[in-house]
Design a protein around this ligand. Structure first.
Ligand code: TTP
Ligand code: CA
Ligand code: CA
Length: 645
């Protein structure tokens, strides 16, 4: 496919309101000009934009394998209670999956190494790998994984100066390579720095033809015209494919440079820390994420623009995030379609007539268009929260102390680590949140006075005080207490200006705080992969003054608080960009809630068949709640596919 000359004006592309044309994937063939190359602020409209998603392979399993110094070729799984949460690749060869029970996994592979995830236990300041941890008394600790994850992220940050990096979950990050790659293009091809005097359209002239690219050693280049039987196993890795025909574009050059940089930092991570990773490199976040799973483990794949159509067309569209639920089903039924290709025949007008204005989002994603930005998340806005879903609810106030201590141990550890990282880090407020049954929960907060030694005892005693205030001390009362979740956390993190005033001095005049008790989640939003942490453990990210220009307005709802697990579930960052309409977000949020509810059902089922042989009652699905979203009227358009049972 030669780069054609039917360039679409950038403005049309940026608004996302471009009229549908017959030529799908039109914007893939944008002619790249000197203006594009020399501009520094095209953002998501940049035709030289390159984004990667790098995900660690079998992450928790790798963390344990490395921690224990186990031979990486040995099959290993990570267990949480009686389920598996991570399975390394050698274990996958035995057909073991995350869905399995431990017993079944051991049956498939008798030499399986099984490591139970670390847990907090009352009376211990540190999480540990105890014998027979029990969900009735212990709490999962993901601290080790979080720490290892930070080490990897730091290597990315150090190894990729100039690249914007967004931590997307505990084991993955998006990297925007656009800026460093542009610099490298100008360094390698200095003749591009000046517009030639004879260029026909001045700065708007197309760049000269790019040089041929040797993809050798850069990863698996997804084929432009794959034969139907093509699988990743017969990719083009190592073939030194020289796409020196007319189809090579400057965007391919950009991808190849990003692949070089990504490959280098991946191998540094592997050599230094031992973690193998898989990356996808493409023109935007959506495609980078898809491409990252093209070939795993320990691999990177590159999706050239020219390869996008044939890569997407055979893909079952219901695999795309947010098209997996009722909306996807409705599309499938309405158009008798199953693949992306099937839906490409549907015009934007037709889609919008049937599914509402907002279906432009679907229309675009099917064509590989995603304008969400890679946004570095500032550590400055962090607060932290430890939470435990109680399989055995608390029915007596005196039983709160056990969990307060367990949660306090986690907070003490995390606070200590945060302070090792940033010594000026100090939380202003301690928050306690409890939930009974399906209620949203109640919370109480208090100033958290500074101490040099914020240990378990210190935090637990402040937590106990909040508990007494929130839950009461009345042991005689025949209160029908049924607390199913307890969360203790820090909010309102301060960064003390050490040097300007002493630490103690700082706290003599504590900043005034709102007296209104509020949920630890109100006014917060965070990004997380809800699957990354099946144990309801929450860490909040507050949107403060650092909120980026393109973020949605702070008062807009971009997340919800799950009434079951107390977790705040947030929209993926692709959807929190202001360019994405508020309506889409509302709908996506409802979809997300359904997805999350499904996750609980799966967990309930797993519990139901627990090895202790006592089938437990499966709770009914919570009705998807729309009241937290801003939309009050009956949802129209694609929304109705998300919130009707
Ligand atoms: P994933 O990246 O989804 O999976 P993975 O890293 O184990 O394997 P892959 O090589 O296929 O990427 O999740 C990262 C970690 O998050 C995983 O190691 C364990 C945790 N996790 C859970 O605890 N529960 C879950 O349901 C999922 C999906 C992940
Ligand atoms: Ca992973
Ligand atoms: Ca992941």
């Amino acid at each position: 496919m030669a780069a054609n000359t039917s360039a679409k004006p950038l403005s049309a592309l940026s608004k996302g309101k471009a009229k549908a044309t017959d030529a799908d994937f039109d914007d893939l063939h944008l002619v790249i000009t000197y203006r594009h190359l020399h501009a520094h602020n095209l953002g998501v409209r940049d035709p030289l934009r390159v984004v990667a998603l790098c995900d660690s392979d079998a992450f928790y399993a790798a963390c344990e394998q490395i921690r224990l110094g186990i031979d990486p070729s040995r099959p290993l799984v990570v267990q949480q209670w009686d389920s598996l949460i991570a399975v390394n690749y050698p274990a996958r060869k035995f057909g073991i999956t995350r869905m399995e029970k431990i017993k079944e996994a051991r049956r498939k592979c008798p030499e399986l190494v099984v490591v139970h995830v670390a847990t907090y236990k009352e009376g211990e300041a540190e999480p540990g790998y105890w014998q027979n941890p029990d969900t009735l008394t212990h709490k999962v600790s993901l601290d080790h994984y979080r720490r290892e994850s930070m080490k990897i992220l730091r290597m990315f940050q150090e190894g990729l100066p100039g690249g914007e990096i967004e931590k997307a979950s505990i084991d993955e990050a998006f990297i925007d390579f656009t800026r460093p790659v542009r610099e490298e293009i100008l360094r390698r091809f200095p003749y591009l720095a000046e517009v030639p005097p004879d260029a026909p359209r001045g700065i708007d002239s197309p760049l000269p033809n790019p040089p041929p690219i040797s993809w050798h050693g850069l990863g698996t280049v997804i084929e432009v015209n794959p034969s139907p039987s093509d699988t990743p196993a017969v990719g083009l890795e190592g073939l030194g494919l020289d796409e020196d025909d007319a189809s090579t574009t400057w965007h391919d050059v950009a991808l190849s440079i990003a692949a070089e940089l990504m490959g280098k930092v991946r191998s540094d991570v592997y050599r230094t820390l031992g973690y193998s990773t898989s990356a996808g490199i493409a023109r935007n976040k959506f495609l980078a994420k898809l491409t990252a799973s093209y070939k795993k483990p320990n691999s990177q794949s590159i999706l050239r623009n020219a390869a996008i159509p044939n890569y997407l067309k055979p893909m079952p569209f219901q695999k795309i995030r947010f098209l997996g639920g009722k909306l996807g089903k409705a599309f499938a039924e309405e158009y008798d379609a199953s693949t992306v290709g099937d839906l490409l025949a549907i015009s934007l007008e037709e889609m919008q007539r049937k599914f509402g204005e907002n279906s432009i989002w679907v229309y675009e994603i099917l064509r590989g268009i995603d304008r969400s930005e890679v946004k570095e998340k500032s550590a400055v806005n962090k607060s932290m929260m430890a939470s435990k879903n109680l399989p055995k609810p608390i029915t007596k106030t005196v039983h709160g102390h056990h969990w307060i201590r367990v949660l306090a141990a986690e907070l003490a550890l995390r606070l200590r680590e945060a302070r090792e990282e940033i010594s000026a880090f100090w939380p202003k407020t301690l928050v306690l949140h409890v939930r009974q049954g399906y209620e949203t929960g109640r919370s109480k907060q208090a100033a958290f006075p500074f101490t040099r030694n914020p240990d378990v005892d210190y935090i637990a005693s402040a937590g106990d005080k909040l508990w007494r205030e929130l839950v009461g001390t009345d042991t005689s009362r025949k209160a029908s207490m049924n607390i199913t979740n307890v969360a203790l956390g820090f909010a309102g993190v301060e960064f003390m200006e050490i040097g300007q005033r002493s630490i103690e001095g700082f706290f003599k005049n504590p900043p005034t705080m709102s007296d209104t008790p509020r949920s630890p989640d109100s006014g917060t939003k965070r990004k997380r992969d809800p699957r990354d942490d099946p144990q309801p453990e929450t860490s909040l990210t507050r949107s403060g003054p650092h909120t980026q220009q393109h973020d949605v307005p702070p008062d807009e709802v971009t997340s919800f608080l799950c009434g079951r697990c107390g977790k705040r579930i947030a929209l993926p960052s692709e959807l929190t960009d202001a360019n994405v309409g508020a309506e889409i977000r509302t709908e996506a949020l409802v979809a997300l809630r359904m997805e999350h509810d499904d996750f609980h059902v799966a967990q309930d089922l797993a519990k139901h068949y627990s090895v202790d042989g006592s089938p437990r009652k499966i709770r009914p699905l919570e009705k998807p709640q729309t009241k937290k979203t801003r939309r009050r009227e009956t949802p129209e358009g694609i929304a109705k596919f998300f919130n009707k049972k």
